[in-house]
Design a protein around this ligand. Structure first.
Ligand code: SF4
Length: 278
């Protein structure tokens, strides 16, 4: 595998188009902060989950990555500095490729990353969440994006199979504790899930799970998806409502937006799946 193309956003975030040995492509992102370098790894070519806001979801699912291909992304990006953190938040649903992701996590551990530095993100597959809690001690992130099943089903179709109550029951079985909280990811989409009522309902819902922190992610525009980002004031009000409800809440700084490297923006066009772009 090799880097076929690299783009650098104005904030220093680097996005890599990685060509796999079978000619398929995935994207990997290196997010550079003052003291940390975080690698965002893909686990699948495309994704079967079809989340409404997500560029990868629009691609459909092609195949799982092997553990070597997952670690290969880490190795290819390592030339840009010592990677201190890894998040499985790139293309694909990591728990839909469970064994390869766990194998890759174990390799990262052998490379010296502590459990605290490895985060696996999921839209919520209950039996795999439980398995992950037994097989590893990774940090867990849940892509929730809505405070009730009716709304979540419109944003995260998998919710029809695994409603919030089932996913939360699995999260409660995960070894969560202080310093290993469940990260709730919530993409704020203008007029869809960002109202004061949504924030209030979310604050009540989250009381069901211990050790929760909330990451609000103002929606990153994607060509061909008719969602938009809420005004800053609306995001701030949503955050404040959750803080008032007792939750540690941050608005995630959007890194890499001008190179489409931000959350939900990773995609590889069909043409690139068959054309060597290097
Ligand atoms: S948000 Fe994640 S799980 Fe959902 S479609 Fe995109 S890559 Fe797949």
């Amino acid at each position: 595998m090799e880097i076929a193309h690299e783009s650098i956003a104005s904030d220093g975030t680097r996005k890599f188009l990685v060509k796999l040995d079978d000619g398929r492509f995935v994207e990997s992102v290196l997010i550079i902060h003052k003291r940390t370098i975080c690698a965002c790894l893909s686990s699948q070519v495309g994704c079967a989950m079809k989340c409404a806001f997500c560029a990868t979801g629009k691609m459909g699912f092609t195949r799982n990555l092997t553990s070597d291909e997952i670690i290969g992304q880490f190795d290819l990006m390592s030339g840009h500095g010592k990677i201190t953190n890894v998040v499985f938040m790139g293309m694909g649903e990591p728990l839909h490729n469970y064994q390869n992701v766990v194998d890759a996590v174990n390799i990262l551990r052998k490379r010296g990353l502590s459990w605290q530095k490895i985060t696996v993100s999921t839209v919520g597959i209950p039996d795999k969440i439980r398995a992950l809690g037994k097989d590893t001690q990774c940090k867990l992130a849940l892509s929730l994006h809505a405070p009730n099943d009716e709304l979540r089903q419109k944003i995260v179709p998998l919710n029809a199979k695994y409603p919030i109550a089932d996913v939360f029951a699995a999260c409660k079985d995960y070894p969560l504790r202080k310093k290993n909280e469940l990260m709730i990811e919530y993409v704020l989409i203008d007029g869809v899930n960002d109202s004061p009522e949504n924030a209030k309902e979310l604050g009540i819902l989250l009381k069901q799970v211990p050790f929760v922190v909330v990451n609000l992610i103002p929606y990153n525009p994607v060509t061909g998806i008719a969602f938009s980002r809420p005004q800053k004031e609306k995001c701030e009000a949503f955050k404040q409502a959750l803080i008032d409800a007792g939750f540690k809440t941050i608005i995630r700084t959007t890194k890499g937006i001008d190179s489409n490297a931000a959350c939900g923006m990773l995609s590889v066009s069909k043409e690139k799946q068959i054309i060597n772009v290097s």
